[in-house]
Structures are given as structure tokens and as C-alpha cells.
Design a protein around this ligand. Structure first.
Ligand SMILES: [Zn+2]
Ligand SMILES: [Zn+2]
Length: 342
């Protein structure tokens, strides 16, 4: 029988119900079809391929590695109405200002982050660093969220490998919660909360997927999704820009190790939401914030979506049907070479 217990998520300050004994119960739910892998390396009407014209009429550079541009349909923008129209009574609002950018990982339409070499991933990490430095220092930018949605199951319409950046005047909720939990832990113990989580994972060892001198990847003890993985530098730094060149290498190696195993799991591109969790840039003291990347995969089995329902949407806490130890063992047992390169 798998784990059947509540586990505390110290970063989110909430309980996760682990009910792995239920994972073989009869399941009636939506199935998700595998995505076709037969893509061309260049697509004339792809808005992200080199040299193509976007919706805005702007033309993409003929880039050879990575390419960053301002999102043509941003959710936050410098052109947002200023000030916002007045709200009444209890209601509050504000201008939706900020910057939204797209980061193309490769000129090739038919590749994914998982298939890039460690050196290519390291170049992307350097692009994240440069973007962070550019955006974080700007007046009115209080947080920089970098993320990737991968797969149509999480709403991606264009498979061209890319991520996004939202630099906003507000701090995203998960970051706000993690920063608060970290500050409280620091005050109570003098230690960094995320670093204590890392020490706990290293000591237990069962959920660690990959480790080198400066980086580590693991399925957290309190995982909410099947195959949820965190990747982090071992040194406590608030954001990606503080990684040294050696740490960029080690961190990229850890990212690659996770991404390759994800794809090898079902021998097909593995969908996920990947988010870089970085300290707010609102001028506060975030010495207790430890930069990390979180992967939230929506599938629990090759064709089965994890539904967010009563407990998650209705109540706000996750019910996990899988045991983090078993999922980590499954991922760890997979080959370290991508199936399309074997
Ligand atoms: Zn493309
Ligand atoms: Zn986090």
C-alpha cells in the first residue's frame, strides 16, 4: 500500500493529502492524446521561427541560439491604462503595468528544452540572467516571473520551444507565500527554510533525482502533483542572476537530467508548467529566499490528466493520488540519454 497521510508543505504553509493507496481505483476521466512529433525544423507561419513576421507586423531576427522579444499580446504592459478607473467601496484595483516577454529557446521549431544540450541550456540560463538584470532593477517592477508552459494540455498552441517572462508591479501569490514562510522560519530558527528542505531531502535520499557539486533535483516530500520536481542551486541565492558561471553549468546539468527523464518516462514530449521562483524585487529584505525551479506536470499517467476539483479548487489543498517516493524511484530508474537521441 502506498503512502496514506497528510504532509505539510512548508513553503506554501498548507497540507497536502497523500492518498497513494487509491491510485489503482477505477478511473473515469478525460484522456489526453499524445502529440504528434512529426514537426518541421522551420515552419513558414510560426510566429516564433527565425525571420518570420509576427501578428504585430514585427519581424523576428534570424537568430541562431535564443531570441527574446516583447509579447505582442501582453497581459501586463507599459501601455495599460494609467491610472486605473476608480474602484468603489470595498473593491480595489490598480494599473496592469509591467512587461511581458517571450524567450525562444532555439531557432529549431522541432526541438524542446529536453533535447537541448547542457551547453545550450546553460546559454538559456545566461539569457534568463541578463533578462533578470534588465527587468529587476526597473522602477515599478516588483517581481520577475519566468516560466514555460509545455504541451497543449497546459494550453500551449505553438510547440516552438519557448518560455515567457512577466515582470510585474505586484508579487505573484506563490512567491509572496514562500517569502513570508521563509522570513518566519528565519526569525524562528535563524536558518533558511528552503535550505532546510534541501538538507531533509539529501538526508532522506529517496526522492533525490540528481545531484552534483552545486545543484540538486528532487521530488519534494510534500509534492502536490505526480512527478513534481524542484531543481535548485545548493547555495542560497535570491534569483537566477546570482548563479556563478560554474553554478550555471551545474544547474543546467541538473535541469537537463530532469527534462530528459521526463521525456523518457513515456517516450514522448512530457507536458509541464515550469516556473522559476525568485525573490521579489520590491526593495524588501529577501536574504532568506532560496532561488529554485518548480516543475508541475499535469499528467498522472500517459493519457490521464490530474483533475483539479473539489479539494484543490473548492478547498484549496491538494489531494495527491501518488506517493512522492514511488514517483521519484520511477524517474530515477530511467535512462539519462533522451529517447530520440538513442
Ligand atoms: Zn517555429
Ligand atoms: Zn517555490
Amino acid at each position: 500500500m502506498g503512502a496514506w497521510e497528510q504532509r505539510y508543505h512548508p513553503l506554501r504553509e498548507e497540507w497536502v493529502i497523500v492518498a497513494a493507496h487509491r491510485q489503482n481505483r477505477p478511473w473515469i476521466g478525460d484522456t489526453v492524446r499524445a502529440e504528434s512529433e512529426a514537426l518541421p525544423s522551420y515552419l513558414p507561419d510560426c510566429t516564433f521561427c527565425p525571420g518570420n513576421t509576427r501578428v504585430s507586423g514585427k519581424v523576428n531576427e534570424r537568430y541562431a541560439q535564443t531570441f527574446v522579444f516583447d509579447n505582442d499580446a501582453p497581459c501586463v504592459g507599459l501601455d495599460a491604462p494609467m491610472p486605473a478607473p476608480p474602484a468603489h467601496g470595498i473593491f480595489r484595483n490598480g494599473p496592469a503595468t509591467g512587461l511581458a516577454r517571450v524567450v525562444c529557446y532555439s531557432p529549431r521549431h522541432d526541438t524542446t528544452l529536453a533535447e537541448l544540450s547542457v551547453a545550450e541550456i546553460a546559454r538559456l540560463v545566461e539569457v534568463w540572467q541578463a533578462q533578470y538584470r534588465d527587468l529587476a532593477r526597473r522602477e515599478g517592477i516588483n517581481h520577475v516571473l519566468m516560466f514555460e508552459n509545455k504541451g497543449s494540455v497546459v494550453g500551449v498552441s505553438n510547440p516552438h520551444p519557448h518560455g515567457q517572462i512577466y515582470a510585474t508591479n505586484f508579487v505573484f501569490k506563490h512567491i509572496e507565500t514562500e517569502a513570508r514562510a521563509g522570513a518566519r522560519h528565519k526569525e524562528a530558527t535563524g536558518r533558511v527554510l528552503f535550505r532546510d528542505v534541501l538538507d531533509g531531502e539529501i538526508e532522506d535520499g529517496r526522492r533525490v533525482l540528481f545531484e552534483n557539486a552545486n545543484a540538486i533535483a528532487f521530488v519534494p516530500y510534500f509534492a502536490r502533483y505526480a512527478y513534481e520536481v524542484y531543481v535548485a542551486p545548493k547555495r542560497v541565492i535570491p534569483a537566477v542572476d546570482a548563479l556563478s558561471p560554474t553554478e550555471v553549468q551545474d544547474f543546467s546539468e541538473a535541469l537537463s537530467a530532469v527534462l530528459v527523464r521526463f521525456d523518457n518516462l513515456w517516450q514522448r514530449p512530457f507536458p509541464y508548467v515550469m516556473a522559476l521562483h525568485q525573490a521579489p524585487t520590491d526593495g524588501g529584505d529577501y536574504g532568506a529566499f532560496h532561488f529554485h525551479v518548480e516543475f508541475h506536470p499535469p499528467l498522472r499517467k500517459p493519457d490521464l490528466l490530474k483533475y483539479l476539483a473539489g479539494p484543490e479548487i473548492g478547498g484549496g489543498n491538494f489531494l495527491s493520488d501518488t506517493s512522492p517516493e514511488e514517483k521519484a524511484a520511477e524517474l530515477r530508474a530511467l535512462p539519462a540519454i533522451h529517447y530520440r537521441k538513442r
